[in-house]
Design a protein around this ligand. Sequence first.
Ligand code: MEV
Length: 290
Amino acid sequence: MGFEGTGYGKAILIGEHFVVHGARGIGIGIPRKTTVILEKAPSLSFSFECGDLLKEATRKVLEKVAHGTGFVVSVTSEFPVSAGMGWSASYCVALARAAAAAAGKEISDKEAAKAAFEGEKAFHGNPSGIDNTLAAHGGVMLFKKGREPEPLLVGGKFHFVIANSGKKGPTKELVDKVSSMRKDKPDEYCALEEAEEWLVDKTIDALSRGDAVALGRLMDENNVLLARLGLSTPSIDDIRGIALGNGALGAKITGAGGGGCVLILAPDTGKGEEIADKLGKYGAFGFLIE
Ligand code: MEV
């Protein structure tokens, strides 16, 4: 008999990288999930090819929730790995929930996020915790390290499209790269962080007023900051160009960058479908938050 758990994918609306260093960020749980199935077994094994990091992360989460690692682990996901949609976090949350089911325990979203954080540390070294928070809770959340995540008021409909640049964005390397820049050029980094915090306030306001035009502009401004951190690529620029040239209100790197996905805001569902169509080669799909 199998024990099942699921976790959401995520998109970061503002604040990736800055959240690692204590700034606020805003993320969205996306309606695409990862599902883990655990079957009891004498020792830990996997029904899929995986590397040492995933094995280590799996052990950490299982020990925390199920107090043992005797399982065969299977996983399926509705979105790709290393693409900025929080695959590792959604895997860890799904695993924590499956492990709780196997141990016959209730697990709250907060507990699932906490257990998943142990796995995220194995995957990424110094994660902020935003990805596992969104993977467990979903919704639209204001996040700051060390604080309770805060669900945000969404006062209208926002039509998003996500497109995948196709190149993997290795989170750990990119987080290390930004951390080094922060150390080597503290004045430049601080100016960017100050701008990011200002954008967070404006983003909270635009979300609450249901103002998609303002939100699109803020996403573009956030992308300028991320590009200054050296996180853009020619494919990301190409996706943004196609999206903005076809009526998108804004488009930005989402997640670690250096490849991975672009989050695009469309004015309505019809335009969103058109933009996703134009970005077909980038595996684009749309979703709504309201
Ligand atoms: C990755 O989705 C988001 C980063 O800010 C890393 C983190 O917050 O742990 C790049």
